[in-house]
Design a protein around this ligand. Structure first.
Ligand code: HEC
Ligand SMILES: [Cu+2]
Length: 361
């Protein structure tokens, strides 16, 4: 080696000083990233509700830690390679009157071994770290208090079946908060009614596809109450971009009272009888369920407790009386390509339908 480098300042081998400097730099990088990973959740959570750097549930946190670990390993490799490169470029640049050919090195077993064995070792480490996270997420123990929800993806909305509690809802998922022991996780069985979709709420769990005839699953155990946003992350058709996800993490008491309300059949208010009749007459009932009435359609979202939601059309717009009317007249106003047909309704009919829907709390 000495002849290859041919230079020994102050007795220390130049390769040694490069390695020492590299180790120091990687140490600093590792310090930076580990501290970034501690700081990130606090700061980043405020910045964006879909921030992958602000995990709030065990699966998302495992993935986040793994990605930081990968980044550290790759950062260290970058520093080693870049330092050696910079060293070689500066040290061995062509001198003014230097026409001699540099020493040529062929078939160095040492070097061949080093650049074969080291990368293999690195890949094995990354592989094992990844396999461990996959195992931890997929084979997680299921505590007795776990909540089960079957998620059925449709072009372009989400159906949530709470079989345990005997009701179905749509587009806005409610789950109870888990304490730091993750005692009440929610296990999600993932199905699709039509094409491939993907469940992705970045702060809660990694992406998992919903594939027709191929049940998948994932789980979440959020440790903070609030609203977590997500997005179908598999291109599933025209309105893929407005197939948003809203996960409400409630305190246990709020979750229980939400469940109790969802379990009730729809209120039947005589004041809006005209609208209720139109709901049947205008074929809305063929696609929508309103529990407690003859409306049992399943092609569209369950509307039994529509007004407990905050949005229409899977997060497309806020639910307001005006938006409801505009949606019923023509869903394409907010969501072109939505699979609910526009209806030919008079202003009075629209008003009556709107009034009726607003009683569905
Ligand atoms: C051919 C089936 C079909 C018919 C008929 C139909 N809808 Fe829909 N409806 C859908 C589908 C599908 C969606 C979901 C659209 C989306 O978000 O992409 C939907 C969504 C809705 C929503 C928003 C629900 C939510 O949580 O986002 C409301 C409200 C609604 N429909 C009301 C009505 C009313 C009122 C009628 C009758 C005038 C009607 N629908 C007729 C299929 C239908
Ligand atoms: Cu989708």
């Amino acid at each position: 080696m000495a002849s290859l480098w041919g230079w020994r300042p102050n007795g220390a081998h130049p390769l040694l000083s490069v390695i020492l400097c590299t180790l120091r730099c990687s140490g600093a990088m590792a310090f930076f990233f580990t501290h970034l990973s501690l700081l990130a959740p606090a700061v980043a959570g405020q910045l964006s509700p879909t921030n992958i750097f602000a995990p709030d549930s065990t699966p998302a946190r495992s993935i986040f830690r793994l990605s930081i670990f990968d980044l550290e390993v790759e950062g260290a490799i970058f520093i080693v390679v870049f330092s050696l490169l910079a060293y070689a470029v500066i040290k061995f640049r062509r001198g003014k009157r230097d026409d001699s050919e540099p020493p040529q090195v062929y078939g160095s077993n040492q070097m061949e071994l080093a650049w074969t064995v080291l990368p293999v070792l690195i890949v094995v480490v990354l592989f094992l770290a990844t396999a461990e996270v996959i195992h931890r997420v997929q084979d997680a123990r299921r505590p007795p208090g776990a909540i089960d929800v079957t998620v059925v993806a449709h072009q372009f909305w989400w159906e949530y079946r709470y079989q345990q509690f005997g009701f179905t809802t749509a587009n806005e998922l409610h789950v109870p908060i888990s304490d730091s022991h993750g005692s009440t996780p929610t296990f999600l069985a993932l199905l699709s009614a039509d094409v491939d979709h993907s469940f992705w709420v970045p702060r809660l769990a990694g992406k998992t596809d919903l594939i027709p005839n191929h049940p998948n699953s994932t789980w979440i155990d959020p440790q903070e109450t609030g609203l977590f946003l997500g997005q179908c992350s598999q291109y599933c058709g025209t309105q893929h971009a407005k197939m948003l996800q809203r996960v409400y993490v409630d305190s246990r008491a709020d979750f229980d009272s939400w469940v109790r309300n969802q379990q009730k059949p729809a209120v039947s208010d005589p004041a809006v009888a005209a609208g209720a009749a139109l709901f049947i007459a205008k074929a809305c009932f063929a696609c929508h369920t309103v529990r407690g009435t003859i409306a049992r359609g399943v092609a569209g979202p369950d509307l039994t407790h529509l007004m407990t939601r905050h949005t229409i059309g899977s997060g497309a717009v806020q639910i307001t009386p005006q938006n409801l009317r505009r949606w019923i007249r023509d869903p394409g106003t907010f969501k072109p390509g939505s699979l609910m047909p526009a209806q030919d309704l008079t202003d009075t009919e629209l008003e009556q339908l709107g009034q009726y829907l607003q009683t569905l709390r």
